[in-house]
Ligand binder design. Structure first.
Ligand code: MG
Length: 241
């Protein structure tokens, strides 16, 4: 195994600022499981009664329009999960649903890469998902677009996520299909944990998850309600070393 001696930097959210204008550094990466009914169904899993929360280590997060992700040697089955990814610029505890949007700095589109074989084995034996979700580069996200100043949450409902692999569509759905809305997720998380500026939230994936192979080119997009490209992310999958 190759030893690494470099000092990894904390990922910067360079397109976003804190509420008082400072640079925003990425902090905890929260994720939501089974937030689309059809995806829960394809995983033969029940629809959760409250949000299913897990986290990814910060080394999984890569921010930018392009990324290269190396498959880990420990897995033979890595899946793509396209997701709407939101960054916070304020922190707090017990944030109300009505105020939750005020904590949102902006958003992009990301891929919650998952070593499905390791996750399935962990589920069977009651072990955590951390390893299956947390390899280096397993959370690539596009550049973050700041939340527009004249913003109405209703506009987002018709936003659409899409993921293609080598040009073929694998996942496609509207954000309105999310079982728990973003304000509900922020409220729920903040009842459990103190949220901080720079916290990231992967909001769950639609149906259609499938395996990626070395050499695959994945493209994740978030389309606006008028069909314009809002965010995009190109991920090249490379062989395990
Ligand atoms: Mg996911």
């Amino acid at each position: 195994m190759m030893k690494s001696t470099f000092q990894p930097a904390w990922p910067q959210l360079s397109d976003l600022k804190t509420a008082n204008g400072n640079e925003l550094t990425a902090r905890t990466v929260y994720c939501v499981g089974r937030n689309f009914a059809e995806h829960a169904s394809e995983m033969n899993s029940p629809i959760p009664e409250e949000p299913l929360i897990f986290t990814k280590p910060i080394g999984s997060l890569v921010v930018g329009a392009e990324a290269t992700v190396q498959l880990p040697t420990q897995s033979n089955e890595v899946h793509h999960e396209v997701e709407w990814v939101v960054a916070l610029d304020r922190g707090g505890k017990n944030i109300s649903k009505n105020e939750a949007w005020d904590y949102v700095a902006g958003w992009g589109v990301g891929i919650d890469l998952t070593a499905r074989d390791l996750q399935s084995a962990a589920k069977k034996t009651g072990k955590p998902w951390a390893v299956s979700k947390g390899f280096d580069g397993f959370g690539p996200v596009s550049r973050f677009a700041p939340k527009p100043t004249s913003f109405f949450p209703k506009h987002l409902e018709d936003y659409e996520l899409e993921l293609t692999v080598n040009g073929q569509t694998r996942q496609q759905d509207k954000l309105s299909s999310m079982l728990f809305t973003l304000p509900e997720l922020i409220h729920y998380l903040s009842t459990l944990f103190t949220l901080r500026p720079g916290d990231i939230l992967f909001t769950g994936t639609p149906a259609g998850v499938s395996q990626v192979q070395a050499g695959d080119q994945c493209r994740a997009v978030l389309m606006s309600n008028t069909g314009e490209l809002e965010s995009h992310l190109d991920v090249k999958i490379t062989v395990a070393k």
